[in-house]
Every structure is written in structure tokens, then in C-alpha cells.
Design a protein around this ligand. Structure first.
Ligand SMILES: CCCC/C=C/CC(=O)SCCNC(=O)CCNC(=O)[C@H](O)C(C)(C)COP(=O)(O)OP(=O)(O)OC[C@H]1O[C@@H](n2cnc3c(N)ncnc32)[C@H](O)[C@@H]1OP(=O)(O)O
Length: 243
């Protein structure tokens, strides 16, 4: 599946909805057992959540957006398919989260392709289920440091901390993803799927129990004047970078 939402594959409401629909289609297709997630635009895997969905909108929109994000996370994290992320570009915040909920992550070796949950750099806070997903991957101490500092790791460091499973030359990314897929598909589906469910259930239950409260938290947090100001300033900084 190639992410295709120009210019930076930000996770807009429309993109999240389409991703969920396409995942459902693939999961209902008996001929499909695995999925490689990559970007149509080498250089950018995904810029994460769409800042335009979180700026200057009304509470009902924020609630709808957050619910769609939760839906996407729940769908992909619990997917019956083997999901391999072939990360062919920068992967900040929600982009990193998306790769963390796959089963295996391969990052192309390019110093510009940084990955991490950098929310604090924007003056915002990664919600508990972003944090849980990261802790499940790299452990508590490394997550605490990475989350507080909003670290974006270049490939060698991402590998060292365990944020990705492999770093390969850019021209080997897709072939490596296919051989990893073959290895995972050699395992009987039912045993692998039940194991995945068992491993991920506590994290899923944590969110499911608090879904509505989490939406309310997001809406009140993002509606604050101070948060709106931080997000606007961050967007402005991104735009100024060009000039
Ligand atoms: C409140 C609680 C919620 C907490 C959860 C938050 C999770 C998140 O995911 S927040 C989003 C965090 N994302 C980022 O910090 C990434 C920001 N973007 C970048 O660092 C860079 O754009 C890039 C490395 C992804 C790509 O760099 P490149 O030089 O190729 O492109 P740019 O010129 O920077 O951007 C092109 C264009 O796209 C706009 N844009 C970039 N990121 C986003 C985004 N996340 N949402 C919406 N729009 C984005 C950027 O402003 C440019 O727009 P213009 O062409 O109009 O200037």
C-alpha cells in the first residue's frame, strides 16, 4: 500500500478514512496475507497528523478527526495481516506512530530520514496510546527520554534504540521488505495472529476503555488558545523554512 497524499502524506481526515477502508478491503480478501506500507514519495514517509485538521476548526471537527485517528490506530494495530513498514522518507510524529503499529520496520539509510515522536517540539503532548506504542517497541526509559526531548532519530540511532528493526540502502528497501514478508508468511497465520492479539491486547484495551475520554481530552487540549498559537507558529516556521 503506497501512501499518497501530496505534498507530505499528512494524515488528514480523508486520508485516515481511506486507509481504514482499504485495510478492511485487504483483510476481507482471502488471497491477501500481508501488506507492505510505504510512501509514493521517496523522501517523505509521512509528516504525521495533518496540522490543518488541528488548527482553527471547531470542537465537532476536532472530535471527528480524533475518532478517525483512533479508528485507524485500532485497525492497523490489530490487523490480521503481516504489516511491514518500508520507510522511505522522514517519519515524524504520527508518521512514526504509523510505522510503530506495523509488525516490522525497515528504514532506508539516508540521514534526512529521521523518525520519532517529536510532539513536544510543537508544544503538544503525545497521548498515552502513542506513548504506550512506543514503550512496547523501545522500552520505558528510552521512550521517556525520546518523548520528553521530542527526539527525531537518524537511521543509525533509530536502529540502535530499536525504533526500527533494520536499516538498508535505499535501493534495497523494497526487496528487503519482500524477503522479510516471506519470512513472516512462512509462519502459520492462525498461530501468528493469535500471538499478535495476545501481545497487543492490553494496549488496545487501554485505549478502548478510554476512547470517549481521550476524544474529550484532545478536543479541550487542542481548543486552548495557547495550543492553537503553538501550532500556528509551528506551521509558520515550516512555511518560512522555504523562503
Ligand atoms: C494535541 C495532541 C495531539 C498530539 C499528536 C500529534 C501528532 C502529530 O503527528 S503532529 C504533526 C507533527 N508533524 C511534524 O512535526 C512534521 C512537520 N513537517 C516537517 O517536518 C516537514 O514538512 C517534512 C520533513 C515532513 C517534509 O519537509 P519538506 O521540506 O519536504 O516539506 P515542507 O516544505 O516542510 O512542507 C511542504 C508543505 O507541507 C506542509 N506540511 C508539512 N507538514 C505538515 C503537516 N504535518 N500537516 C499539514 N501540513 C504540513 C508545509 O507547511 C508545507 O506547506 P506549504 O507548501 O503550504 O508551505
Amino acid at each position: 500500500m503506497k501512501l499518497k497524499n501530496p505534498p507530505v502524506n499528512s494524515l488528514s481526515l480523508e486520508m485516515l478514512t481511506e486507509l481504514v477502508i482499504n485495510l478492511e478491503k485487504l483483510e476481507n480478501d482471502k488471497a491477501v496475507r500481508g501488506l507492505v506500507l510505504t510512501s509514493e514519495y521517496p523522501g517523505i514517509f509521512s509528516a504525521g497528523l495533518d496540522l490543518m485538521e488541528m488548527c482553527g476548526r471547531n470542537p465537532a471537527h476536532y472530535a471527528e478527526y480524533w475518532k478517525a485517528l483512533q479508528e485507524f490506530w485500532l485497525k492497523l494495530y490489530q490487523s490480521s495481516l503481516v504489516v511491514v513498514a518500508a520507510i522511505n522518507g522522514a517519519s515524524p510524529a504520527g508518521g512514526c506512530l504509523m510505522s510503530l503499529i506495523c509488525d516490522y520496520r525497515i528504514l532506508a539509510d539516508n540521514p534526512k530520514y529521521t523518525i520519532g515522536l517529536n510532539e513536544t517540539l510543537l508544544g503538544i503532548v503525545a497521548p498515552f496510546w502513542f506513548k504506550d506504542t512506543m514503550v512496547n517497541t523501545i522500552g520505558h526509559r528510552a521512550s521517556e527520554r525520546a518523548l520528553q526531548l521530542g527526539l527525531l532519530f537518524p537511521p543509525a540511532e533509530a536502529l540502535q534504540v530499536g525504533l526500527v528493526d533494520q536499516v538498508v540502502p535505499e535501493d534495497k528497501l523494497q526487496s528487503t521488505a519482500l524477503s522479510v514478508m516471506a519470512q513472516w508468511l512462512a509462519i502459520p497465520d492462525h498461530a501468528r495472529q493469535l500471538t499478535k492479539t495476545m501481545m497487543r491486547k492490553p494496549t488496545v484495551d487501554h485505549l478502548v476503555k478510554q476512547r470517549d475520554a481521550d476524544i474529550q481530552n484532545f478536543v479541550s487540549f487542542v481548543s486552548r488558545d495557547s495550543i492553537q498559537k503553538s501550532l500556528q507558529m509551528y506551521l509558520q516556521k515550516l512555511r518560512q523554512k522555504k523562503s
